[in-house]
Write a protein that binds this ligand. Sequence first.
Ligand code: AHG
Ligand code: MN
Ligand code: MN
Length: 334
Amino acid sequence: MGQFPLTLSRFIIRSQAEHPGATGEFSSLLSQIGLVGKVIAHDLRRAGLINILGTTGETNVQGETVKKLDEIANDTFLRAFQGDGLVCALGSEEMEQMVSLPENWPQGKYMLLFDPLDGSSNTDCNMPLGSIFSVLKYTRADRPPTEGDLLKKGVEQVAAGYLLFGSSTMLVYTAGHGVHGFTLDPGIGEYLLSHERMQIPERGKVYAVNEGNRHKWTPGMQRYIEFLKTPDKATGRPYSGRYSGCLVADVHRILLGGGVYLYPGEVDKPEGKLRLLYEANPLGLVVEQAGGRASTGTMRILDIEPKKLHQRVPLIIGSRDDVETVEAFTQGRA
Ligand code: AHG
Ligand code: MN
Ligand code: MN
C-alpha cells in the first residue's frame, strides 16, 4: 500500500513540533498563503471568461502597466491578511506605501512583503504566473511598525517562498530548514507534499534571460552569454535557452534541473529591473536553502542593505557553479 499523502497543514504541524516554543502563528500564516494561492488560481483559470484579462489603464509605482489581475491578486493578499491577526504590516510591489493595520485591529508579529502576481505580461496568453512572498518578524513593542522596519537584509527573512500557477498550482517555501514543495490537488482542494527537501544541482544546462536586451548589457555579460552558446563537450555547452517571462516559473525550472536565471543590470540602468524586497530576496533565500546561489554579479543578494521599499537590483540566481561563472565574467576574471 502506498504512503498516505502529507498535506501542507499536516506537514506544517509536524515541522512545528520540531520547534518547541512555536505558537502556531507561523503555521497559520503559511496556510493562509496556501489559501491565497487557491483563490488566485481559481481566478486565473476563469480569467478569460469573466472579463478580468487586460489592463486597468493605470501604471503602478514602478511605472509599469497594471493588469486587472495584478490588482485582483493584490486585493486577495490584502483581504487574507488584513484582519486575521497574523501580520502587522504589508508591503507589495503594487502598493506605493506600506500598509499597516488600524490600531484597534489584531496585530500579528510578522510583516509580509509580496509580489502578488509575477510575470503579469503572461496573463493574456495562458502562460505561467506566480506570486512571491517574504516573511519578516517584527520584534518591537514600543511602537507600531514603520516603512523602515521593512527594509531588512534578505538574511533576516524568517521564511520565503512562491506560488506557481502553471499546469498545476504549487506552493514552494523555506523557513530556513530546507525547501519544500507542495502541489495543489484540485480534486480534493489540498496541497500535498510532492517535493521534500529540494536540492538544486550544482551546475545545469539551462539559462534564462531576455536576450532582446543584449545591446544594453555590459561587455562582461555579453561575453558570458556568448560563452554559454559556444559548444564545449566538457562543460556541457551550448546551454539551452528557456525564458517564460515569469521569474517564478523560470526559477522553479532551474531549482529542479539546474542552470541560471539572469536579469542583469544594464549600462544605462545598472540597478536592473527586478525588485529586491519582493523578488530577489525571497527567491534568493529559497535558492540558497536548496544549495544554490543568488548574486548581483558583485555581491550576495541576501547581504544587501535595502535603502527603499521598491528598490531594484540585478539578479543572477541558480546553480552554485553557474552563478560563480557569471560572477567571474562580470568581475572581469574570465
Ligand atoms: P512582474 O510581472 O511582477 O512585474 O515581474 C515581471 C518580471 C519577471 O517575472 C520576469 O522574469 C521579468 O520581469 C520579465 O521582464 P522582461 O519582459 O523585461 O523580460
Ligand atoms: Mn514580479
Ligand atoms: Mn508583479
